[in-house]
Design a protein around this ligand. Structure first.
Ligand code: FAD
Length: 461
């Protein structure tokens, strides 16, 4: 007889949320995790990177506060102390998850796990029997096949978040979220950062206009982004590293003291290689209820192969709830229409739904776009952070909101209102009719709607 209702392989955002959700619904749950619960996100991803970015932002404000009347002589950033603070934040969250497990009677097996059958996981030398299994093994760094790259031992998210010496010059491969965020962090604490991106624009999936504002704003902070740069070779010597990239058909060299690999993560299938799970080039194949091809086995989070599913913690959270609800016989389906996506640079970039280009391709002339510039926002000016743009994409006569794109201070918080509006299928009139507190950054959302309606107040159009 199975001992558990549910066994979960991997205790990251997918696995631990599945365990807590199932535990709250009365299921008897086992989690197998070889490292710390919280996974990549809590221990070497979302949380530690944001903890360090908050430290570097505080330092940046301290050392660039003349406009506010702040003059600090001899300000220093002691990286080892910021890293120690980051470690305390992580430790607190890890122990919080462990405490929640105890409260919901989730049994944690700290071991390497292997899925040996649809109802059995081997955890170290113990065998766990369960009625259903969720695979939540996450992702790992994918090293692109570039000459000399592996030998040069680039920093990855784990080692970069643990550095205790500030590199004078940092070269980053890849201008996606990870490269841009860590690049911003090191630039704010004094590194000269060059990010090399193979594609014509950083954050390939983002709105082109938003990205242009970001790149323009990052440059004076010490982050230089070189696009259309295909890295062809990396050489490390005692003096540092030299990265060669092909740009417009010419070879150019970039020198650094450290190299950071910010490009691409790939599904981690360790422990499930022999389980007979169907996979595609991205990871484990699943349907919209997170079911794999093997009866009784579900898969969620970064390890799955669904092109609609971005590798994000909140996507894993939601998939965890869908999988558990399906296992418990409820009618749950994963919906990817409204998934906010944030890059925590300074300023931040956040988006949800269709970009202008995607909307025009799908809806043609039905598409309308409205903008509001943060320079017209009283709150943004008061903060001294007025580089920013709010952009709203709508369709139809009623102007239903199908996309919102923000670059600006606290975009990560502002995007939540946009996601809710889209989830409720709100029109621009619905948002315009909603009183927003003044002065707030959130007002930029309503002001963009007023522009869309052709009756702007705090902007010319
Ligand atoms: C630097 C960085 C910053 C990021 N920032 C953000 C952000 O700000 N917002 C956001 O939404 N996302 C962010 N992400 C992405 C986010 O971390 C992932 O999407 C999320 O962690 C995926 O959760 P998961 O549970 O699928 O996998 P993971 O978090 O990778 O967890 C998988 C777990 O399974 C364990 N495991 C794997 N195989 C086995 C096995 N065989 N036996 C036992 N245990 C096993 C691993 O040890 C790990 O703990 C970031 C990622 C990185 C690298």
């Amino acid at each position: 007889m199975p001992t558990f209702d549910l066994a979960i392989l991997g205790g990251g955002p997918g696995g631990y949320v599945a365990a807590l959700h199932a535990g709250a619904k009365g299921a008897k749950v086992a989690v197998v995790e070889r490292d710390r619960v919280g996974g990549t996100c809590v221990t070497v991803g979302c949380i530690p990177s944001k903890a360090l970015l908050d430290s570097s932002h505080a330092y940046w404000l301290t050392t660039h506060g003349e406009e506010h009347g702040i003059h600090v002589d001899g300000a220093r950033f002691v990286l080892s102390q910021a890293v120690a603070r980051k470690d305390r934040v992580v430790a607190q969250l890890v122990s919080g998850i462990e405490a929640l497990f105890k409260g919901r009677k989730v049994e944690l097996f700290k071991a390497d796990g292997t899925l040996v059958s649809p109802t059995q996981i081997r955890a170290g030398d113990q065998m766990i029997d369960a009625k259903a299994v969720i695979v939540a093994t996450g992702s790992k760094v994918g090293v692109p096949p570039i000459r000399g790259l592996a030998e040069a031992k680039p920093l990855d998210n784990v080692s970069a978040l643990a550095l205790t010496e500030i590199p004078k010059r940092l070269v980053v491969i890849g201008a996606g979220a990870i490269g841009l965020e860590l690049g911003t962090f090191f630039a704010e604490i004094g590194s000269a950062v060059t990010i090399l991106e193979m594609l014509p624009q950083p954050i390939a999936y983002a709105d082109a206009e938003i990205v242009r504002v970001l790149v323009r704003t990052l440059e004076p902070r010490g982050v230089k982004v070189q696009t259309n740069a295909k890295v062809t070779e990396v050489v490390r010597s005692a003096a540092g590293i030299v990265v060669t990239a092909e740009i417009d058909g010419k070879q150019e060299s970039f020198e650094g003291d450290q190299l950071l690999l910010g490009a691409g993560r790939i599904a981690n299938l360790s422990g499930v290689e022999q389980a007979g799970l169907a996979t595609n080039r991205l990871g484990i194949t699943v349907d919209d209820r997170m079911r794999t091809n093997v009866g009784g086995v579900w898969a969620i989070g970064d390890c799955i192969g669904d092109p609609r599913s971005p590798k994000l913690a909140h996507v894993a959270f939601t998939q965890a709830e869908v999988a558990v609800d399906t296992i418990l016989g409820e009618n749950a389906v994963m919906d990817y229409d409204v998934v906010p996506n944030v890059v925590y640079t300074h300023p931040e970039v956040a988006q949800v739904g269709f970009t202008e280009a995607q909307a025009k391709e799908k809806y043609g002339a039905e598409t309308k776009v409205a903008r509001y510039n943060f320079r017209a926002s009283g709150r943004a000016l008061a903060l001294g952070e007025s580089d920013g743009l709010m952009k709203v994409v709508t369709i139809g006569k009623e102007q239903r909101i199908i996309g919102v794109h923000i670059v600006g201070p606290q975009a990560s918080e502002l995007i939540a209102e946009a996601a809710l509006a889209m989830r409720l299928e709100a029109t621009v009139e619905d948002v315009a009719a909603t009183i927003h507190a003044h002065p707030t950054l959130a007002e930029t959302f309503r002001e963009a709607m007023l522009s869309a309606l052709g009756r702007p107040i705090h902007s010319a159009r």
